[in-house]
Design a protein around this ligand. Structure first.
Ligand SMILES: [Zn+2]
Length: 261
């Protein structure tokens, strides 16, 4: 299983050119976007916090995760690279079936459409950090990786009032620095165990792509705890939207409980 996970690659490319030209980081170093502890320093609490502190995350497990949590048979639907053109449609389907999912959002897309991120959070879905602009993290210094993660976490906090407790590295690529940084920011690092390759449809919603995404998603029933990788990119993923109801019904009919990470 580990080999299969490692071999799978999130081939999704950068989501928009707009932010590629932007400086990678608003701040450097590794200051996480986490509420400061009050009273540190011993002086009177004279300085009010700039904004209400979002609840902190629990201490995450070590290492990299790729099995859906919970007893019995569980399946986790995950949507990367958003928010984007298909996010609202995905939220509507999840609401119709009353099932949770996990959105690994890109910071620059959060900044562009904070309202969609607010809706994801309000609907009770899990939100994860997927970096600011989808770089290959192993090519970056630890400081640059930290900025990618922290800037995105701050963006989610601004948009939705919560900090991400989950992190998924773009393309599934990470190094020791990534794991250390995520751990320091109390984010569990998640990959996946089922790759639908839905990004390859490149905006097509043709019957071919709907069947391909559906088939690849349903192949996860060979596992008891599949984590399914799908996308909601800026340009939209109509094949993913079209496949989603059938994928949900498929897993429910086989006794799986849909869970958020
Ligand atoms: Zn991605």
């Amino acid at each position: 299983m580990a080999a299969a996970v490692a071999a799978a690659a999130c081939g999704c490319g950068p989501v928009s050119q707009a932010a590629a030209a932007r400086p990678a980081a608003a701040r450097t170093g590794d200051s996480p976007a986490r509420p400061r502890l009050p009273g540190k320093g011993g002086g009177p609490a004279a300085t009010p916090a700039p904004r209400p502190a979002a609840p902190a995350c629990p201490v995450p497990p070590r290492g990299v995760l790729s099995a859906a949590p919970g007893g019995g048979k569980t399946v986790a639907l995950t949507f990367d690279d958003g928010p984007g053109r298909s996010t609202a449609a995905i939220l509507a389907i999840l609401r119709r079936y009353r099932v949770p999912a996990t959105f690994f959002n890109i910071g620059q897309n959060i900044a562009a459409q904070p309202g969609l991120v607010r809706r994801e959070a309000a609907a009770g879905h899990a939100l994860g950090d997927h970096t600011w602009d989808h770089p290959h993290l192993r090519a970056l210094t630890a400081a640059a990786q930290s900025a990618q993660i922290a800037r995105t976490a701050a963006g989610q906090e601004r948009a939705a009032g919560t900090v991400p407790c989950l992190f998924r590295p773009p393309y599934g690529e990470y190094d020791a620095a990534t794991l250390a940084l995520a751990g320091r920011q109390r984010m569990a690092v998640w990959l996946w165990s089922v790759d639908t390759q839905d990004w390859m449809a490149d905006g097509s919603g043709s019957a071919y792509w709907v069947a391909r995404v559906t088939g690849r998603a349903e192949a996860g029933a060979a596992q008891r705890h599949p984590v399914i990788l799908m996308h909601n990119q800026v340009k939209g993923n109509p094949a993913t939207v079209a496949a989603l109801p059938a994928v949900i019904r498929f897993y429910q009919s086989r006794g799986y409980r849909l869970v958020a990470l």
